[in-house]
Design a protein around this ligand. Structure first.
Ligand SMILES: Cc1cc2nc3c(=O)[nH]c(=O)nc-3n(C[C@H](O)[C@H](O)[C@H](O)COP(=O)(O)OP(=O)(O)OC[C@H]3O[C@@H](n4cnc5c(N)ncnc54)[C@H](O)[C@@H]3O)c2cc1C
Length: 396
């Protein structure tokens, strides 16, 4: 293998490129990304960058010298527009073609938007974060559509900056689908306590000049609107390529989409054999881990290993640090295994079928969660996990 192309120059793409070099690949390595900036970290965008605590120079994932040392043909500010699988060639926006022996697809996701004539912010890129940050300040009315983790983090930061924040959420309990109703209620309670106007069960129809128009016709006035209603995988350039696209690039348990083609990060919809489920994970750690796994499997197909991680994410809101391991979606039961929900200092465990599938902590030290992570990785039956790790657990 002499020519490897990585499309998408962010967490997953960079991790893949670095792993290839670490594993001894010394052929041509091209990294293509449609953003103008060198790879940078996204989680701080809704935290330290939005609050103004950090300036953008802290965001790059690697120094220019470290990037140089990878010996990349780095093409930034240019997007892939097509893939010819049979000819093993990717078409770029400037009309050029890049032939490859191996390809890693790491094009991530972009924000979903709402219809309407008014201006709405989204929060995915550095430019998005800086544009929103410029418009926040004491007394500014910010309406955030979507009380998922992104909307919730932005709400917390905006309150810290003195904004009047309204958080609009269609579900009765924010985040219930992701973390369960009880935990969703506890997390959203923190927003109410910090003065956020949280309205649940409301559907937004469109963004207008003066705010957002709800489906029932009510206008919720705003100086600024942030739409945080989920994302869409960047797979248009793969249409007609012959690869299967279904809520992301469909990959097998090795993260492979076709011979010599691997997917990694937010764009990859792969089969995780640890949970026996297909999943697409939008977590920072997963992007790096899957980038590395894809690179190794691409380089050594004879020794390839399934990519079977215990997913991990964190979120910072006010003084709360939320951390979770596992796959919480579709769980059947949630149990408090340590602490107290009302004090926002707790650990809950999730059961899916007869297995321990996840664990989430708020306000507890990381060591509390480690044995649980190991139990998830070991496919521990629920009853055994609760008996051995949380003898005093009470069911929520
Ligand atoms: C504001 C914010 C806060 C977050 N906070 C957290 C957090 O607290 N915890 C957590 O676990 N995760 C968090 N995440 C998620 C985490 O940042 C992502 O999971 C991670 O960035 C995914 O990396 P990726 O490389 O797969 O995709 P991306 O970071 O989306 O990168 C994909 C890159 O490919 C480029 N691209 C797209 N199409 C093309 C094309 N056709 N040709 C070339 N390039 C293309 C994109 O422009 C982008 O640069 C957050 C994300 C955001 C936006």
């Amino acid at each position: 293998m002499n020519r490897i192309l990585v499309v998408g120059a962010s967490a997953a793409g960079l991790a893949a490129a670095e792993a290839l070099r670490r594993e001894g690949y010394d052929g041509e390595l091209t990294l293509v990304g449609d953003e103008p900036d060198a790879p940078y970290d996204r989680p701080p965008l809704s935290k330290q960058i939005l609050s103004g605590e950090w300036e953008p120079h802290r965001l790059p994932l690697r120094s220019p010298a470290d990037l140089d040392a990878l010996g990349l043909d780095l093409r930034l500010g240019i997007g892939a527009t097509g893939l010819d699988l049979a000819a093993r060639t990717v078409l770029l926006g400037d009309g050029s073609r890049v032939p490859y022996d191996g390809l890693v697809v790491a094009t991530g996701v972009r924000p979903r938007r709402l219809p309407g004539t008014g201006h709405a912010h989204v929060l995915r890129t550095l430019d998005d974060a800086l544009a929103l940050r410029d418009r926040l300040g004491p007394g500014r009315r910010l309406v955030i559509v979507g009380a998922g983790f992104l909307g919730a983090e932005a709400a917390a930061v905006a309150r810290g900056l003195g904004c009047e924040v309204t958080l609009l959420e269609p579900a009765p309990v924010p985040l219930a689908h992701a973390v369960g109703e009880e935990v969703g209620r506890v997390l959203s309670g923190a927003h109410r306590e910090h003065g956020v106007t949280l309205r649940t069960g409301v559907t937004v129809g469109e963004v207008t000049d003066g705010g957002v128009r709800l489906a029932d016709g009510e206008l919720v006035g705003a100086d600024e609107v942030l739409v945080a209603i989920g994302s869409v995988p960047n797979t248009e350039w793969l249409a007609d390529s012959g690869l299967t696209v279904d809520n992301g690039l469909v990959c097998d348990e090795y993260s492979a989409a076709a011979p010599g083609v691997y997917g990694a990060g937010d764009v990859a919809h792969w089969h995780n054999p640890l949970f026996g489920a297909r999943m697409r994970i939008e977590h920072r750690t997963n992007a790096a881990e899957q980038g590395m796994a894809a690179a190794r499997n691409l380089l050594r197909p004879e020794a390839r290993k399934p990519f079977a991680p215990v997913p991990y994410f964190w979120s910072d809101q006010y003084d709360m640090k939320v951390q979770a391991f596992g796959y919480l979606r579709g769980h059947d039961e949630v149990t408090v295994v340590e602490g107290d929900l009302d004090e926002r200092r707790f650990m809950v465990a999730y059961r899916t079928g007869d297995r321990l599938s996840g664990v989430l902590v708020v306000g507890l030290p990381p060591r509390a969660i480690r044995p649980w992570r190991a139990a998830i990785a070991a496919r521990t039956p629920w009853a055994e996990a609760v008996r051995t790790l949380a003898p005093a657990a009470g069911v929520v």
